[in-house]
Design a protein around this ligand. Structure first.
Ligand SMILES: [Zn+2]
Length: 234
């Protein structure tokens, strides 16, 4: 609970250290945190959770590769724009809270369409342990945490493990990359995911190859089904 004194102190601190919106870099107004109201109303939302079957372009990315039930992305990624700024803050500037707030917002929207009844467990795409140590957190974990809070579905960050760092893959051929991605992940605790409907989450979805590789190992390990959600789709 915030008392009037707390509010006074918060106002005083924001006077001394005014904070910028992490999407547009304008100063935040009182009562705004992390992302300003103007950005919140005008972010490029995909509304992909409203499309099902062959109407879903995101779901089509997995067609004939892995049987994914739903494929969502909250935002559309553009190279220069608010979404790029938000993801940059999340991944490279230590702003873990960006993932959580976007997860909260998207989770609330999914809940309006009763998606909380479709999943039993939320699992983030893992970082390789060396990258995790370097960054200090997994940006997909924070999105998973935000979704978990809003949907009231548990999340489990330690079920999947990334065995190699895929960023070393750029010099390989397409086939080598594909073979590599196939051996990139392993399931640690199959009992945790057995017979569960999993919502697998990542930061950015491009071709969907990473999500595909994770979904395959989860299904092989006994998950009842896999759906995928990303903060943004490129
Ligand atoms: Zn803004």
């Amino acid at each position: 609970m915030f008392t009037p004194l707390h509010n006074l102190v918060a106002d005083f601190i924001s006077l001394l250290f005014p904070e910028d919106c992490l999407a547009c870099h304008e100063l935040l107004a009182r009562g705004e945190t992390i992302i300003c109201t103007q950005c919140r109303v005008s972010l490029p939302y995909t509304n992909s959770h409203l499309l099902t079957g062959s109407k879903s372009e995101l779901l089509n990315r997995f067609y004939n590769k892995v049987p994914v039930k739903h494929a969502f992305a909250f935002l559309t990624f553009t190279r220069s724009g608010r979404v790029q700024q938000l993801l940059h803050a999340l991944k490279y500037k230590g702003h873990e809270e960006v993932g959580e707030i976007l997860g909260n917002w998207y989770g609330a929207e999914l809940k309006e369409h009763y998606y909380q009844e479709q999943f039993d467990l939320i699992i983030p795409v893992p970082l390789h342990r060396l990258k995790l140590r370097k960054r200090g957190y997994n940006q997909s974990d924070s999105f998973a945490k935000g979704l978990s809070q809003a949907l009231n579905i548990p999340w489990q960050p330690n079920v999947l493990e990334r065995l190699a760092d895929s960023s070393t893959q750029t010099k390989k051929t397409r086939l080598e990359r594909w073979q590599n991605v196939g051996q990139l992940f392993t399931v640690h605790q199959p009992n945790v995911i057995f017979d569960k409907r999993i919502l697998l989450v990542d930061d950015v979805m491009t071709t969907g190859a990473t999500l595909e590789a994770c979904a395959l190992v989860l299904l092989e390990a006994g998950a009842a089904g896999v759906s995928v959600a990303a903060i943004a789709a490129a």
